[in-house]
Design a protein around this ligand. Sequence first.
Ligand code: PMV
Length: 336
Amino acid sequence: MTVSDCVTRLLAERALCPVNPSAQAFAPANIALVKYWGKRDEALRLPVTASLSLSLANRGTTTKISLLDSGYDRVILNGEVIAAAHPIMKRATAFLDYFRFDGDYHYQLDSTNTVPVGAGVASSASAFAAVVQALDQLFDWQLSPQKCSILARLGSGSACRSLWHGFVEWHCGEQVDGMDSYAEPLTDTWPQLCVGLLFLDKTMKAVSSSEGMRLTQRSSPFYTLWPQQVEEALIEVKTAIANKDFLTLGACAERNALAMHACMLTAQPPLLYSKAATVEAMEKIWQLRRDGLPLFFTQDAGANLKLLFLSQHYADVFAAFPTLELVQPFVKGDSL
Ligand code: PMV
């Protein structure tokens, strides 16, 4: 099945002309506690495994979509018009191509991101999830969350998890058309759970996550072990969430991230997203843990770390990492 066929199927019986001149939506960024790394279908962005994430409350993307009669799309990101040749523009246009329909519509996307773009902080996840929700309003499709999740997945895999706050699981699915590969929120909440964003390098990464996945799947001898690691991690993390067992959750999330990076490191050529500052921060976290502080990290396709800890240890964590940006995924009125 092609991506266009998939979009046509999802939009069956929906009106394909916009009913509103513009629409706006927000989607939170998310960090995976059990990672998605590897596709079984490139075009449809179908994953090799399931994954589980935590959304970053008010950190994410707000996108206003409006119709343009210029014959081309325009993307404004944090107030700046993105040049036609920029990878962000190419990716946005390619996604919007699926939504031109008979009217050959063109769009302006005016987005504000509260996470750095392309630095392994899931900016593409919130960006595509926001666009899909804005499109849904623009056309008044009133799609189910499941269908929105599938549409967002077609833009960026991890975007299918960015439609909800809190813990979200992306079901791997088995069907070749990917209609059973969507995300769903878990009902569990955990008000004490904190994420600390440790920015060590805010520049755009040199190797995109899609390229990185391809390389790892193709050439790392460790990749064959990855699906099993994810399967075990998912069970362990879900049990830890249900039991509010932070030590198990933190240990398991950290191990899963390191296993993913071990696969990347053993690819040909090796893929290393960490910088010296990343390794230094990891060593500091491990030392603090040996000294009794329950503090863990996870790392995505970038040099930055996301620290995991409970609110009662906030002061100690901040004493060690004064530049940390705090996110409380379950505290309403604060971050939500
Ligand atoms: O959705 P993508 O193509 O940006 O891939 C995301 C990959 C990781 O962030 C490393 C892991 C994940 O599950 O979010």
